[in-house]
Design a protein around this ligand. Structure first.
Ligand code: SAM
Length: 232
């Protein structure tokens, strides 16, 4: 059974697209995309030998070698410009996702859709998109097995955030996600309550610190907590 997280990403792929799944591990996402008839062809990229072999095995045992090309290599180096319509990068930190996009920038020419699922650090991904001509076009948030996941879709175009009905600053929107903020789902609220609780325990630890450097940190944390309380 495919996780709800990967299924949600898979169902966001535009039908008929050729897809590269970077950091594919077991190639579960490409397998789903081909079996469901969503993608016309897939490339599963892996930088590590173990996961690359798992992907190879999975594709062969599913009998999908004709449709899924498993390639060993770092980030977007495994694709040529114009080879795919959609790039998926899921299950990594936002800083790694942003650096993979950044290093492989020229491979994104012709790509019509990015599907990115940062485990942490989604703001880094949103900032990268804004700075590189990608329009954030959809956001989803979901909880599975007690973990909250955010999925971002971007398309080439206007690198501006939708500001409609905003009550947050631009930077705050980048933090929270403009569509997620508009939707205000219970999962989003839960995520930010968790963030607030984490920051509160940081604050409690800081209260005990006596060094002068802690003072500035205390102010920063207090400011951020006020922002979170207001937002929630
Ligand atoms: N994408 C799958 C998912 O969401 O379930 C697998 C996620 S797994 C936690 C992350 C995978 O990314 C690992 O298999 C790792 O080897 C691979 N990876 C990490 N850095 C990478 C890079 N620069 N290029 C390609 N793959 C990478």
């Amino acid at each position: 059974e495919l996780s709800q997280r990967l299924q949600t990403i898979g169902d966001m792929v535009k039908p008929g697209h050729r897809v590269a799944d970077i950091g594919s591990d077991h190639a579960y996402l490409p397998t789903y995309l081909i079996q469901k008839g969503i993608a016309s062809a897939c490339i599963a990229g892996e930088v590590n030998r173990g996961p690359w072999q798992s992907a190879e095995r999975q594709v062969r045992s599913a009998g999908l070698a004709e449709y899924i090309d498993v390639r060993l290599g770092n980030g977007l180096s495994v694709i040529s410009p114009g080879e795919v319509d959609t790039v998926c990068i899921a299950g990594m930190g936002g800083s790694l996702i942003a650096s993979i996009l950044n290093e492989g920038c020229e491979k994104l020419a012709g790509v019509q859709q990015l599907l990115l699922q940062p485990n942490v650090g989604a703001p880094l991904v949103r900032r990268w998109l804004l700075a590189h001509g990608w329009q954030l076009s959809k956001e989803k948030i979901l909880e599975e097995d007690g973990v909250i996941y955010e999925i971002l879709e971007a398309v080439p175009g206007n690198p501006e955030l939708p500001y409609e009905g905003r009550s947050l600053s631009r930077e705050e929107l980048v933090e929270v996600g403009p569509y997620l903020w508009q939707e205000k789902s219970p999962v989003l609220r839960k995520k930010w309550e968790q963030e607030r609780d984490k920051l509160k325990s940081v604050q409690e630890q800081l209260q005990r610190a006596k060094n002068p450097e802690a003072e500035e940190k205390k102010r920063e944390v207090a400011k951020r907590l006020t922002w979170m309380e207001e937002m929630l």
